[in-house]
Design a protein around this ligand. Sequence first.
Ligand SMILES: Cc1ncc(COP(=O)(O)O)c(C=O)c1O
Length: 438
Amino acid sequence: MEEKKKGKSDFRYDTGEAKVPWAAIGENVNTDDISEIIKFLIPGKDATDYDEQLLKVKGEIEKLREKGKYATKLSLGSKVKELEEEAKKFLNVRYACFVTNATAGFEIGLKFSGLKPGDEVIAPAITFLSTISYPLEIGAKVVLADIDPRTINIDPEDVARKITKRTKVIMPVYIGGYPPDMDSIMKLAKENDIMVVEDAAHAFGGSYKGKMSGTIGDFGSYSFHEVKNINALGEGGIVVTNTDFGEDFPKSRFGGFDIAHPIEKWLYDVVALKGKGDHYTAAGNHSSTEIQAVILLSQMKRLEKIIKIRRKNAEYLNKRFEGIEGIIPCPLDNDEIKGTYHLYLLQIEPEKLNGDIQDFEEKLTAKGVTQIPHFAPLYRFSYMKQLGYDTEAIKKTCPNAEEAFLHRFTHLPLYPITEEQLKYMADKVIEAVEEMRR
Ligand SMILES: Cc1ncc(COP(=O)(O)O)c(C=O)c1O
């Protein structure tokens, strides 16, 4: 019997008109669901007439529904594509891929960098745990570099000391959105044939010497988690590259599914990803949804304004802290460097004070300025020890990270806080330091 040719399809959806259409999509989103989303995003249970108002909104949605259909494409559709096009334009980069989070983007960048078990990856000691998740997961060796005590970003001189023949990747991190010394990192990478995967989780919208932050190395990945300057409904990431590996981003995002290659008796081939140096790895599933893309597209329109307010607030704090003994204010923009002001990096000089950052944070908290501990050096967590790393020995090679964490630095919020809160915070920081002055 002759084999029947299967029709063109994008696998999960859109199999065309038929008497009995393929129903893999399940039930559509409907008015009840939309109303639940509104209820979640704008809760108001205790408000009088909340339910009544919500019912009215629901009625209006029903009326809208008469004018159009519910969306039936909810994952990896036209909105994800539109977001990626916007991101490419905004970042001036060849390829951009919307994924579940920045961590998934690092994974993709590291796979294409050809990272294998036993290879070495250099990352800063002070960063979020997920910068090194994928290398640890596959049994690559993580080498932690010390930090520059002024910016808390990776110190290229320590990177240079720690490069070996097995170093495959360097992962500079933009702490708080402030660029690391990318020129020095790129120089080291070039001289030693090492790939660079930028952890630009905090840095969407910043720039370094005319290039957008996150687009300088081989790969860069941004986070749109709920605490970031803009977010994709709680979670989201964009991975970018100017290398040809970007052609394979869609495969790397979704299981290695290769829609360019239809195969006999099924739909398309499934391929492994080929990284630098002929190394193949299997792809994971890091697909993101249309609704997340819709939200991120909407928030991107406000990004410039958000960064501007954050910058203005940081400038205000710096002005207030000018000349105050014991405070080192946050590095600000200059002609070549534009941060995103995700965090205000405040350092104190314990040698001029009675006490260190722990005492300072305690005082500030008591005065009503909440402190969130941020970024303990990664060698301090159990996971590295449990995976066989000699964390005490690593600590000894990162004295600046240890000193910064234990004694010197904290973060202050920049947005969305009111002018009154900003002024109050500045007053209390100064007051706390003055109380601690020797
Ligand atoms: C420096 C840094 N890198 C990576 C990440 C991970 O981002 P995501 O949660 O989008 O994976 C974060 C998240 O807060 C971060 O702060």
